[in-house]
Design a protein around this ligand. Structure first.
Ligand code: ZN
Length: 263
């Protein structure tokens, strides 16, 4: 009996803290999400189909947040679990799930160069105009599904009209890293309601917290189809959505990926 009681005391904190599903489980999900290009992982290497050379998963270098953003390996890109669902969670300092991207992996998925990325685009109808989006790995199909869901909810339409844009091969402002827009997997919705951390700098060198003006019901529609929202980042960009189905799948597999449960 005493062992039983002791083990409950010892196990309970472990269970409540066991929020991360671990790198191997995340890699399995990553591979399942991109079955056309990814094959398997073994001994810290990610293997590709179609004769592409394997990529190192974890470079083993200790990195602060800034270094993770600048030189992300695959492990870094999966290190923060994205919280999904129709609830807002104020992000902790430097909690930017999805903002850490491996440029090398993104280029392999969507195009090594501007002209390659452009060749992978298709055009879809989007609330009175057409938008360009990558047809690779289900990005365009998912955006069509988002559009069809929004169409059923007329009160959400004003937020997705007058969009900021989709495909645009460019570096992220203030950095030398390519934006997700370069790969045709991102959409900035109606800029009228947007909040972006770079626009909110204060005199002390910091920035004001985001005041989100987009309904969480709309965010949840994007997430349900594999798009993550920049409004969940400490370095927020509330008009920005990008196709990262691996992060949505990891969120679903993890008990820290439910925004409504961790409020
Ligand atoms: Zn954007």
């Amino acid at each position: 009996m005493i062992y039983f009681i002791l083990s409950i005391f010892l196990l309970t904190p472990t269970l409540t803290l066991a929020q991360d599903i671990g790198l191997n489980a995340k890699l399995d999900i990553l591979i399942k999400t991109y079955p056309n290009i990814l094959s398997h992982h073994q001994n810290n290497m990610l293997y590709f189909k179609n004769g592409l050379s394997p990529m190192q998963i974890d470079d083993g270098r200790p990195k602060n947040h800034k270094a993770k953003l600048a030189q992300a390996d695959i492990e870094d890109t999966l290190s923060q679990i994205y919280p999904m669902g129709p609830c807002a969670v104020p992000p902790q300092t430097n909690f930017d799930p999805g903002r850490i991207r491996s440029d090398k992996l993104m280029r392999r998925l969507y195009g090594q160069t501007k002209s390659q990325a452009r060749r992978n685009l298709t055009s879809i109808r989007w609330f009175g105009r057409r938008v360009k989006i990558s047809k690779k790995h289900g990005a365009a199909k998912a955006l069509l599904a988002v559009r069809n869901d929004i169409k059923k909810k007329p009160h959400l339409r004003k937020y997705v009209r007058n969009i900021g844009g989709t495909f645009y091969w460019r570096k992220i402002a203030g950095t030398s890293r390519l934006s997700a827009h370069s790969f045709g997997i991102a959409i900035d919705i109606n800029t009228k309601y947007a909040a972006y951390w770079r626009w909110q700098k204060n005199k002390r060198g910091g920035f004001r917290k985001a005041r989100n003006k987009y309904p969480l019901e709309l965010i949840a529609i994007f997430e349900n189809h594999g798009y993550i929202w920049g409004g969940r980042w400490y370095h927020y960009d509330t008009m920005h959505f990008e196709y990262r189905p691996e992060l949505i799948a990891i969120a679903k597999a993890s008990n820290s990926g439910n925004a409504c449960a961790i409020q």
